[in-house]
Design a binder for this molecule. Sequence first.
Ligand SMILES: Cc1cc2nc3c(=O)[nH]c(=O)nc-3n(C[C@H](O)[C@H](O)[C@H](O)COP(=O)(O)OP(=O)(O)OC[C@H]3O[C@@H](n4cnc5c(N)ncnc54)[C@H](O)[C@@H]3O)c2cc1C
Length: 177
Amino acid sequence: MPCVLEVDNLINAAGLGAVALTRNWQWLPASQKPQQWYARGVYFSYSGQHSFRQLVYPLPEPGGLGVHLTLDLAGQIRFGPDLEWIEREDYSVQLERKAAFVDAIRRWWPRLNPEKLQPAYAGIRPKLAGPDSGFRDFRIDGPPQHGVAGLVNLFGIESPGLTACLAIADEVAERLR
Ligand SMILES: Cc1cc2nc3c(=O)[nH]c(=O)nc-3n(C[C@H](O)[C@H](O)[C@H](O)COP(=O)(O)OP(=O)(O)OC[C@H]3O[C@@H](n4cnc5c(N)ncnc54)[C@H](O)[C@@H]3O)c2cc1C
């Protein structure tokens, strides 16, 4: 049984699913539905000895920040995320990515013991530009962009979307004013 909801405002903040959600919206012009690519990033955790006390960021690489070191509150370290263009949502962590991690980490931490690196987890970035097509920033599309009253679409909210979430929320409210 179809359900009809009547709302004053509709904020599409469906992350990776935001573009797909608009597919059946005939009332939204096709030009307002961007193409989206998937860029998976995996993490490896480290169970060996270390003396890191802070995060370590190498120079960024195209499409991402590069494999960096994160320290959790218990002092455990993990490395990632890397960047891999994929066709569909798939959160598996392939063991064969480990060799590239070892190379990347050893550039700034030669003492790394590869045997202590284990696959951890994966995340997927919703990208608005594909491989080799540069960088596209977040899209916060409101009525001034697409002409539909009360609608805001959030597209391509990848990192640092979490850090920027309060500023994004302010911007959404602004678009609806
Ligand atoms: C590997 C990785 C590392 C990152 N590191 C950082 C970082 O260090 N700092 C930082 O600031 N940001 C980081 N980010 C980015 C951050 O995670 C995102 O910017 C943030 O999660 C986006 O929030 P959101 O609410 O827009 O989308 P999401 O967090 O993706 O939430 C969208 C929600 O909508 C739901 N949904 C999807 N489709 C539908 C549907 N059809 N109907 C109903 N619900 C639906 C989903 O299940 C999900 O719960 C990272 C991202 C990745 C992938």
